[in-house]
Design a binder for this molecule. Sequence first.
Ligand code: PGA
Length: 230
Amino acid sequence: MKPLIIANWKMNPSNSKDAFDLAKAVVRGLEGVKADVVLCPPFVYVAQLLPSSNVFIGAQDCFWVQEGAYTGEVSPQMLKNLGCSYVIFGHSERKKLGETTEMTAKKTQAALLASLVPVVCIGEHIEEEMKSILKGIAPKDVSQIIFVYEPEWAISTQPHARPATPKEAQAAFKKMCSLLPKTTSLLYGGSVNSKDIKGFIEAGAQGALVGAASLDAQEFIQLAKNSISR
Ligand code: PGA
């Protein structure tokens, strides 16, 4: 199976030219590379980035209703109509801004309805978080969701951040797998770079959610290349 590397650009870069140039460099550098890559820019750049054969476009969040009087929100259907294929939910940075697991669960269901692939981040309380997400999902849809083990302390912008060890990731995957069908993809997230990606793939990750390292085109391209098992 091809690895899946998801770039979470967070609230970067600050202008659309830099966003366009970064995406262009990544698409060019990954031509013919046997990895699937998803670029998740801020909403305002989503429409200007074009997918290629192995580089898809995603978003970093969306609402749980498809249309209506919800000031400031963006719906899954709008993202789908713009050519998005993936959307990230439950990120610890959103949780700090008030997103609850119940909200993540509703967003996950709405994204599936709009035929987007939900990328759901799971932190320290693996079983509890996963059970509340899975509660509202039809069994046939569970394997459409991509789960990411992303402990908050591993995110590069946290004070004293350190990546999880491959062993820690493996233990988390084991817990996650016990609640999921075998065909579900599991990713690792938290301070991943081109040097440590291999260890996570060997520990059972199908790929990674990448923050800081996704803003440097050459580093990100190398990371995607190094995720391919030989
Ligand atoms: P990081 O971010 O790779 O910079 O740790 C990952 C994330 O927050 O999704």
